[in-house]
Design a protein around this ligand. Structure first.
Ligand SMILES: Nc1nc2c(c(=O)[nH]1)N[C@H]1C(S)=C(S)[C@@H](COP(=O)(O)OP(=O)(O)OC[C@H]3O[C@@H](n4cnc5c(=O)[nH]c(N)nc54)[C@H](O)[C@@H]3O)O[C@H]1N2
Ligand SMILES: Nc1nc2c(c(=O)[nH]1)N[C@H]1C(S)=C(S)[C@@H](COP(=O)(O)OP(=O)(O)OC[C@H]3O[C@@H](n4cnc5c(=O)[nH]c(N)nc54)[C@H](O)[C@@H]3O)O[C@H]1N2
Ligand code: SF4
Ligand SMILES: [Mo]
Length: 723
């Protein structure tokens, strides 16, 4: 007899699908997309449709392990949970005694995005012991800050409304790979006659299927948006009523965009002035014009400002009035999360009136070298949700979390790192610096994961984690407006434990007595959201339990959530802020502007390196599942024919891609799909993948974005040469 249990996809994807776990004889036999969830509509991406491959993978670790080989070698022997927890607790206690608790660094991100597994008991644990705080900036902090500067909140166009749009701009996003349920809506719109345009230096799978591909120079999106606004103002393609009622600073914006002729932007963006004119006119001439921007453009030095600038467009034309107009970067701000309850930041000890220091996860290499002051603690700013939490596109608000005095910021070593929900040896920039840190003999490293990942190879203690059918959770999304419940469908494989239970047990081993460490997962689930909040009015946990999903209450038009049809922006002025006093106060340009990438073209390193994800991967997750990785083949570097010819390089030849940070050796694919001047490597494979030497993130930089202290993966210069 097959039982069907309701689940939620835990991975870092905007679609947060409602799943059905099919179970027979206590085994997960199949995972399907729930047909009853309108966003999922019964469809899953390939990787999660084949989930039993991951849950029952032969290389999955099933017991705690202790390292016996050298760091990085990946040699371990099984130990009991008792020994593992006792070892960690005694090591942590010794480190706290000798160096202070801030010498312990938790390192986690969005391997699991469930509210419980992402951040609950773990945060309570690290808060209570007074460990360093982690500034979770690796994905979306620049974009979130940019969006918030203009709109005041992280909400946007309803994903299902895209099906009704007349013009869709995919701006720095490849939804066939990264948000397939958005893509199905784009296809529906296309069938209805909508025009699809992709703005991307790379002809991604999605760009290939659009009517037009605009191959922009990396990191120059703000210049394009400014020139579009120039044309909109010049040709009066404006919604004057919307501007007058719901925006702030139009006159100042007008002055700014007057400086941005299409010709000026064209020279920066590397596309034709006529193409910019045509794009602006098509945009200004279409009411139901929807922009899907994702994180491609914000992984650059000026990424925050770029997002802020693009986000001004729909208010100028009044596209927000239409359900199928507007702009979508994220919906994560829609949820009334009880983060103070889940994470208990109040447990953090104060010393000299200060909370523990904050370490930026995007500069882990420097942080582990602990001599460079830059990565430790920044006067960053977030969206002001007042929490210490973050997830893929919601970051902390570090302002109330006072840093160490400047002189001390970089001078206290990190002596222990506890990694879970993340894989920094693969996902963090400047991989060589990260590996040097992980290889330190005096660094005690614990990794909780499903597999011996690139990071786990350096662990002193490795702990087995459950996959989502093995634990309970409650999920929100950053691409739609629904809550999705995840119910445990099978027993944990081997001795694996969910993150919550692991930290419950570790708290006991460290003699932490606060009753919050006894709270059950069921209680955490029920308290994860504020059920008295207006977005949940009339809804109850019982309905969520019954249906598996539940949509938040937000204003609707034509049946779709339409957030800003009548203003209601979350900025200090309540308007869409073309002029931002908040930015001015923080020393930024208060008006939209163009900030050039950190890394300029040089004779030594003339090519821009673009490393977006491959379709069957999810960041580093799934890279070891042969059946999923195989269709992608080994990694290649894609070069434009002009760039290949200039270097005398031919298709299939093995080359070196290098800069002053690192080198990768891999075969070349010569293609018009990557623009002149841009080398593209799709990532998702693990280190030491057969057919390649070195790794993409050995080339990327630890430099941070303008806003939000974000990572700048795509702001990277390299040279390619024959070996
Ligand atoms: N299958 C799969 N799905 C995923 C992920 C995955 O790894 N695999 N990752 C998940 C995560 S963590 C995230 S954050 C989201 C990311 O979601 P997206 O941000 O939509 O990421 P991509 O789909 O890679 O699209 C980024 C695109 O930006 C382009 N790009 C690079 N630089 C620039 C630029 O300067 N300007 C413009 N206009 N475009 C640029 C790249 O070529 C790429 O095609 O996807 C999530 N979904
Ligand atoms: N070059 C380059 N680098 C990038 C990017 C890029 O586009 N190009 N994208 C960046 C982005 S957007 C992101 S978000 C980061 C992603 O960075 P991460 O969030 O670190 O990456 P993931 O691979 O999604 O997840 C990491 C690990 O979490 C584990 N995991 C999953 N579920 C659980 C669980 O329940 N418990 C525990 N303990 N572990 C679990 C997985 O097995 C996996 O090994 O990578 C960044 N790095
Ligand atoms: S990765 Fe995205 S598309 Fe695939 S099942 Fe999960 S939420 Fe759905
Ligand atoms: Mo991400």
């Amino acid at each position: 007899m097959t039982q069907i249990i309701k689940g939620a996809c835990p991975h870092d994807c905007p679609d947060t699908c409602a799943l059905e776990y099919h179970v027979a004889d206590g085994k997960l036999i199949e995972v399907k997309g729930a047909a009853s969830h309108s966003v999922t509509a019964g469809v899953l991406c390939t990787k999660v449709a084949k989930y039993p491959l991951r849950t029952y993978h032969p290389t999955r670790i099933k017991t705690p392990l202790k390292r016996v080989g050298a760091k990085g070698e990946g040699k371990f022997v099984p130990i009991s949970w008792d020994e593992a927890l006792t070892t960690i607790a005694s090591k942590f206690k010794a480190i706290v005694g000798e160096h202070g608790a801030e010498a312990i660094l938790p390192y986690s991100y969005a391997g699991n995005m469930g509210m419980l597994q992402y951040g609950s008991m773990d945060r309570r644990f690290f808060h209570a012991i007074g460990a360093s705080q982690l500034d979770r900036t690796i994905c979306a902090s620049a974009g979130a800050a940019g969006l918030t500067a203009t709109l005041g909140s992280r909400i946007g166009t309803d994903v299902e409304a895209f099906a009704q749009s007349d013009l869709i701009i995919l701006w720095g996003t490849n939804p066939i790979t990264s948000s397939v349920h958005l893509w199905t809506r784009c296809q529906e719109a296309k069938r209805r006659g909508a025009k699809l345009i992709a703005i991307d230096p790379y002809r991604s799978l999605s760009a290939e299927k659009c009517h037009q591909w605009l191959p922009i120079n990396p990191g120059t999106d703000a210049a394009l948006a400014l020139a579009m606004m120039h044309v909109l103002v010049r040709d009066d393609l404006l919604d004057h009523e919307y501007i007058a009622s719901y925006t702030l600073g139009f006159d100042e914006l007008k002055g700014r965009v007057a400086e941005w002729s299409p010709e000026r932007a064209a020279a920066i963006c590397g596309i034709g002035a006529d193409e910019i004119e045509a794009l602006a006119k098509a945009y200004g001439g279409t009411k139901k014009a929807a922009i899907r921007l994702n994180y491609g453009m914000q992984r650059h030095g000026g990424g925050g400002m770029a997002v802020r600038t693009v986000a001004c467009l729909p208010a100028l034309t009044g596209a927000w009035r239409e359900a199928s107009g507007g702009l979508l970067l994220s919906t994560s701000g829609a949820y009334p999360m009880n983060l103070a309850y889940l994470e208990r930041p109040d447990l953090m000890p104060m010393r000299d009136g200060k909370l523990p220091r904050m370490v930026n996860m995007s500069a882990l290499g420097d942080a582990l070298a602990w001599s460079a002051p830059s990565p430790l603690v920044r006067e960053g700013w977030g969206e002001g949700d007042g929490s210490t939490s973050d997830r893929s596109d919601l970051r902390s608000s570090p302002s109330p979390l006072a840093p160490l005095p400047p002189g001390e910021r970089g001078t206290r070593p990190i002596k222990a790192m506890f990694v879970y929900n993340s894989n920094p040896a693969a996902v963090a920039p400047d991989g060589n610096a990260v590996l040097r840190g992980l290889a330190r003999d005096d660094l005690f490293t614990v990794v909780h994961d499903v597999f011996i990942t690139d990071t786990a190879r350096y662990a002193d203690i490795m702990l087995p984690a459950t996959t989502s059918p093995e634990h309970d959770d409650i999920n929100r999304s950053y691409g739609h407006y629904d809550l999705v419940l995840n119910r445990r469908a099978i027993d944990p494989v081997g001795e694996s434990l969910p993150n919550t239970e692991l930290f419950r047990r570790l708290a006991k081993a460290m003699n932490l007595v606060d009753p919050c460490f006894d709270e059950t997962d069921e209680s955490l689930i029920q308290h994860a959201f504020d059920w008295s909040h207006k977005s949940l009015a009339g809804q109850s946990f019982e309905t969520l339990e019954r249906d598996g999903v539940l949509r938040l209450n937000y204003p609707k038009k034509d049946g779709f959530i339409t957030p800003f049809a009548e203003g209601g922006f979350g900025t200090p002025s309540g308007k869409c802020e073309f002029y931002s006093e908040t930015l001015a106060q923080r020393g930024f340009d208060p008006l939209p502007t163009y900030i050039a990438p950190h890394e300029a073209e040089t004779p030594e390193f003339p090519l821009a390196l673009n490393t977006p994800p491959a379709r069957n991967a999810m960041n580093s997750t799934f890279g070891n599942i042969e059946e999923l990785a195989k269709p992608h083949g080994p990694p290649t570097v894609q070069l434009n024919p002009a760039d290949a010819a200039k270097r005398g390089i031919v298709e299939g030849q093995t080359v070196r891609v290098f800069n002053h940070r690192g080198v990768m050796k891999l075969p070349v694919a010569v293609t018009n799909g990557t623009r002149v001047g841009v080398a593209t490597i799709l990532w998702g494979h693990w280190r030491n993948h057969p057919g390649a030497e070195g790794f993409v993130n050995d080339l990327t930089s630890q430099a941070l974005t303008d806003f939000g202290g974000g990572a700048t993966f795509y702001d990277c210069r390299v040279e390619v040469a024959a070996i």
